[in-house]
Each structure stands twice: as C-alpha cells, then as structure tokens.
Design a protein. Sequence first.
Length: 471
Amino acid sequence: MDTQNLRITLDFNNMMTDYVGPNGITEDDIKGSEKALEKAYSGMEEKRASGKMDWRDLPYNQDDVVDDILNYVDSVKDDTDAFVVLGIGGSALGPLAVQQAINHPFYNELPREKRGNYPRLYVADNIDPERLPYLFDIIDLKKTIFNCVSKSGSTSETMSQFLIIKTLIEEKLGKAEAAKHIVCTTDKEKGNLIGIAKEEGYKTFIIPSGVGGRFSELTPVGLLPAAMCGIDIKEMLKGAAFMDELSKVKDVYKNPAYMFALLHMIGMKKGKNISVMLPYADSLKYISDWYAQLWAESLGKKYDNYGNIVNYGQTPVKSLGVTDQHSQIQLYAEGPSDKIIVFIAVDKFKKETAIPKIYGDIPSLGFLGGATQNKLIETERIATEYALQKAEKTNMTITLPEVNEFTLGELLYFFEVATGFAGELLEIDAFDQPGVEEGKNATYAMFGRPGYDEKRKELESRPAKNNAYII
Ligand code: PA5
C-alpha cells in the first residue's frame, strides 16, 4: 500500500482574507507568529523529549500491548456476545468514534457472522439511572464482558457502574465466573481500580502514566474495544505514526496539524471563539464528539503558564453534513463571524449508491437521477463551502482519501498534535483540567465521601435559591 495515497490534507484557502475578506487571516498574521511558532515548536520537542507528551510515542512503543490485546480478544471472543465499555470522557468518546468510523453503522444489529464473529459493542458513558437497567434487557450476562476503563481509577461515575456490575454478575454467575467477565483498563498504580483488579484477578490493561484521558485513545483505552470489534489496531497505529512524521516538520506550511492549530489560535485572538466540526460522512459523526472534548478540555483555561488570567478557549460545536445544512448552516452563513468551520470531506466512501434515473419528465426531480449519492454529498459539501466563503465566513477542509484504520489513526493523531501545539502557542497547560475539579469535589462532599467536610460546610453556606426566580 502506498501510504502517500492515504495522506489526509488540510485546505485552508477559506481562512485567508483573499477568499473571505477582512474576517480572514492574512499572510502577515502567519508571518507575525514566527516567534510564537518557534517557541511552540521547541516546547513540543522539549516536552516530548522529557516525557511530558508520552502520547506521542504510542504509535511506536506498543508492540507487546497490541499482542496482549489481540491474544486476549482471541481467547474470549467466541464466548462473548457483548462487550460493554464502562467509562466516561476520554475513556469513552474515542471507542465510540472509532467504532462508528470503521465498522458497519448498524454493527450491533448485524448477525454475528456478518460481524466477523466479533461481539457487539456498547459504551455506557453516563450514570443516567435508566442506562444500565435498559442495557441489561438486551445483553446476556453470561456472554458479556464489561471493560471498566478509568485512567485515574477513581472516577465516581465509572466506579459506580463498576460497583453495580460487579455485584450483579457475582450474584448471577458466582464470584469466580464473574471475574472472567470484567476486564480493567487503568493506570498501573494510581486509584482504586488497579488494586481491586489485582485482588479479584481481573484481566488488566495498563494506560501509560504520562498519557492523560483525552489523549489515550491509542492506548488500550481505545485499542481493546476496537480490536474486540475486529478493527485493525496495528493499521491505526501505523496511520498515527505516519502523521507523527508529518508533524515533525518545522515549516508550518508543510505541517497540517501545526497549521490547523495556528489558524485557530490566530482566529481566536480575532474573536472567533467557536470551533465547528462538520464532517460530511455519518462514519465520522462521533469524531466531532471526541474532538469537542479534546479541544474544549485542553484549551479552555483560566490561567496561562505564568499565572495570568487569560480565560482562553474556543467552544467546540458538533455538526454533521449534510444533515445540519437543514438546521445550523443558516446561522453559520448569516450569523456572527465568530466561528471557524472545519469541513471533513471523504474522497471515497465504502459504498456507491446510485440514484435511479426516473421521473425524467419532472425536470426539478429528474435531474437527480443517473447520478450517485456520493456525487450529491460531495457536491453539497462544495456548495456549502462556497456559500460560506461567499458569506465571508472562515472555514477550512480536512480531506480523508477514505475512512479506514490508517486514515483514522492519522486523523486522531492530527487532532492530538494540533491540540498540544495550540496549548504551546497559547502558553497554557493543555493537559490538566482544573475547571472540572470544583464540581467533582462538591459531588464528593454532598455524597458523603470522607475527607470533604470543609467542602460540605462551604456548600451549606452557599446563597439560598430565590423562589421568585423559580417559576
Ligand atoms: O481527559 C480527561 O482527563 C478526562 O476527560 C477523563 O478522560 C475523564 O474524566 C475520565 O477519567 P478517568 O479515565 O480517570 O476515569
């Protein structure tokens, strides 16, 4: 396979003033960023060398991990009808996005033989009290494996699911048998999960310590559920390695991930505070969800590295072509110029669907006939891109030659590098998430977790709600 034919590309013409007028970015804006680029480039190199970006090495250092995953999948798949991921955020969005991208869109509904004899996949990424009971209606516990995924090994949402599942399957199957139905993916020492897993004898996969949740899709967090559904994880890692090579190039005009980050950061400083992800392929719908977490949680920061209050961040919006042409595009075309809209185009779909040539006598309908939906979706994408450019709205297009494991690995890695680089450009820490701590701690306090008495008192003294405002 010629990997160059599988290279994804970034077309940023419509980000530039030449195409979208004064709302756009100029060559001078890019040239004027030279110092910031140099600093960010060195920051990326230094962090990588000093082990602060361990996710960048994942395409290269996981041969044993991949073997372990594939052997495990082989050993359990024949007796497994459903594989259920228990996780949230970075421990759930990647598996969903990859499954949707690569496998049949109705994978779970397919008869087993059409699934390549692999289990169905469910991702339980919320604690809505209806979720698990309804899931139990459609799975056979005797033929289900639950994959408890938590980097910290202590996330309340995931651990509450674990407690429910463990109790239920031990009741139904007995302790010894139940242990074969739980597999844990977690840090090698942090949190409660690793200790429990060892004690109970659960099969365990390790998330490398230096890889944070939202950057963990290419660890067993994502690789195990993918392999469990027949997805070629070696190809995903090869695609990521390919993008890593492209991402080492210093010249921003030759480095699509760096250019993506730079344009977004220049745009942000010009008031473009919204990042719309608009794939024109159902298969890439959940990439928008995965990207939304990556971009929002990494770049939405109050402080910069020097302690200054900056309140940076772009709000990610999940969109889908062509569906949202009939809902959100009106706003994108005529609303405020506060967005960067990222089309994701696919050159070659897995299917070609012909539109029958009938009703030739009705010109306003007959014109569709004889073409394909492939041509129609691409035409509509180009037409929407044109409409946005004419309306002077900044947009760019990422094109995948086709959606397969290799290009998906490239795309995931592309967004990760872009996010890391954007963090360097902004001089913020893209790898922490202090903003989610307050809500977590308040939950612990209210739920009676030991050690949270002070927080409980603080909560009790919060202003009482004014009933006049509850109507
Ligand atoms: O990116 C992050 O770190 C978070 O979104 C986590 O993925 C999420 O909070 C789940 O954490 P954990 O995997 O530790 O249970």
